[in-house]
Structure formats: structure tokens, C-alpha cells
Ligand binder design. Structure first.
Ligand SMILES: O=C(O)CCC(=O)C(=O)O
Ligand SMILES: [Fe+2]
Length: 269
């Protein structure tokens, strides 16, 4: 059997050592089925974060205040057809995680114009995360903290209620990844533990022409680190030659392994 490293190596995002991009991880039919199942989920399954329109579902259980998972079954439609958990396990990325595969999924819904602020995911999870994108592309930015917490006023500061604890963040991403629908992005270790990630809340993503003009940069155009790993012709072209991509509704499945799982009480008969 090929080693974990060998299996994943072909998907390494150039310029990084712990980020991998796997295009077409599921088929368009599987994508359609997953989106339908998500949309059909009964209302009590949906949660809304305070002050945000973005809504989400949590599969696999809830986390206690101490970071222990109170487990619940992950819905069958992500375990059987398609077997998202199995596909992630097959990448080898979770080989050294406590359960060898994800046991917890956050499903986020983003309408065009919605994003997620730069954040860290916190210590309760084993430091590997796999995110499956459905329905639309998004541009995922990875950020680093400023070396000194009180340096330079040109930095952005995250709100103190996030895991960033108000530390200053370098506003220029260290790299950005275009997430195509049906793709998996996997990040591990230092990138996961000491960096932040986020998605801008925009309706359209802009990509610079090969030699980015000052105007491109001022307009928020970004360079994409996984350009050579993209599967879609339109996406490849826009990233290579410059252009724009309008966002549609996107569903993302952020899959992780929670190390500590509470034992369930025995079922009463
Ligand atoms: O939706 C995404 O792709 C990212 C979500 C995320 O970072 C999170 O839920 O922690
Ligand atoms: Fe996150």
C-alpha cells in the first residue's frame, strides 16, 4: 500500500508543505444528491450563529465545554452514497489521527456575499481538516499573525470573541486557494495550528492578469497557489489569464477528528 505521504504528495499545493488540494473528489451526481439532502434537512437541524446570516448544521455530535464530543450518528447520506468519510480516509490524510477518519462535520451554507472571518479552529480537534466544497467555488485565504501583537496600525484585528484572542493579523494572505465545487482541501499541522483561514464575503472573486497591475491589486485580486491543480477549464483559464468568478450558493463540509469522545450510555431495552 502506498504510504500516506505518497498518496497525498501529488496534491500538495505548491509553496506549502501541509496543504493539499484534491479536485473532483466526488462526481457531479454525488454533489447534486448531497446538496438535495442538505436542503431537505428538517429545520431543527439548522443553526444560525449570532449576528450572522450564515447558517450551518453540525453532524457527528456536539462539543462539550471541555472539548469532548458527545457523539451522534453522522447522516447516512455522507457515509453511504456518496461515502464522503471513506473518500477522505482513502486520501491517507487522517492515517495518524486518533480515529483514522473524521468523526465530526460542520456543514456551512454561504450565499453569495457571505464569508467567514479569519479564524483558527481551536485545540479540540486533531490538527488535520478536510473541507469538501459543494455548489460554488470560494477563495480560501490563509493568514498569519503579526510577529508582535501590538505592531503596526495597518493590521486588522479580529474580534475578541474568536479564537484569535484579538491578536493582530497580517492582512495579506500568505497564500490563497481556489476551492472548486466537488474539491477537497486538506490542511495539517503548523498551518492548522499557528495560522488562520477565512473566506471574504463577496459576490464576485477577481483574479489578476498574468502581470498584475497596480489596479488589480488595489481591486483585491488574488494569486492562487493551486492554479496547476485545478480541474475545471473555466476556473483554470480565469486563474491563469485573469478574470472574475461570480459566487453561487455554496455548501461546505468541514471534516475533522475530535480526539476525545464521550462514551454513550447503554441503550435501554
Ligand atoms: O466553509 C469553509 O470552507 C470553511 C469553514 C471553516 O473554516 C470552519 O467551519 O471552521
Ligand atoms: Fe475554520
Amino acid at each position: 500500500m502506498a504510504s500516506e505521504a505518497a498518496r497525498l504528495a501529488q496534491y500538495l499545493i505548491p509553496g506549502t508543505d501541509e496543504a493539499f488540494y484534491i479536485p473532483d473528489a466526488i462526481t457531479p451526481e454525488e454533489e447534486e444528491l448531497l446538496i438535495r439532502k442538505i436542503q431537505e434537512s428538517p429545520l431543527p437541524k439548522w443553526k444560525q450563529l449570532t449576528n450572522r446570516r450564515r447558517v450551518l448544521q453540525i453532524w457527528g455530535g456536539t462539543m462539550s465545554a471541555k472539548g469532548v464530543l458527545i457523539p451522534e450518528e453522522i447522516p447516512l447520506f455522507v457515509r453511504k452514497h456518496p461515502d464522503v468519510i471513506g473518500s477522505i480516509r482513502a486520501t491517507g490524510a487522517f492515517d495518524s489521527s486518533p480515529h483514522g477518519q473524521p468523526n465530526h462535520i460542520i456543514m456551512n451554507e454561504y450565499l453569495p456575499g457571505q464569508g467567514i472571518m479569519p479564524h483558527e479552529d481551536g485545540p479540540a480537534y486533531h490538527p488535520v481538516v478536510a473541507t469538501l466544497s459543494l455548489g460554488s467555488h470560494a477563495v480560501f485565504h490563509y493568514y498569519r499573525y503579526e510577529p508582535s501583537p501590538d505592531s503596526d496600525s495597518a493590521t486588522t484585528t479580529a474580534p475578541s470573541d474568536t479564537s484569535t484572542r484579538g491578536r493582530a493579523i497580517d492582512p495579506a494572505p500568505i497564500f490563497s486557494v481556489l476551492l472548486e465545487p466537488r474539491s477537497l482541501v486538506i490542511t495539517r499541522s503548523a498551518l492548522y495550528q499557528t495560522h488562520l483561514h477565512g473566506i471574504d464575503g463577496v459576490h464576485t472573486d477577481f483574479f489578476p492578469a498574468p502581470v498584475p497591475s497596480t489596479e488589480d491589486r488595489a481591486g483585491g485580486a488574488v494569486r492562487i497557489a493551486n492554479a496547476d491543480l485545478l480541474a475545471g477549464e473555466v476556473m483554470r483559464d480565469v486563474v491563469k489569464n485573469g478574470g472574475r468568478l461570480a459566487r453561487g450558493p455554496r455548501y461546505s463540509l468541514t471534516c475533522r477528528d475530535v480526539a476525545r469522545v464521550a462514551a454513550l450510555p447503554p441503550v435501554k431495552r
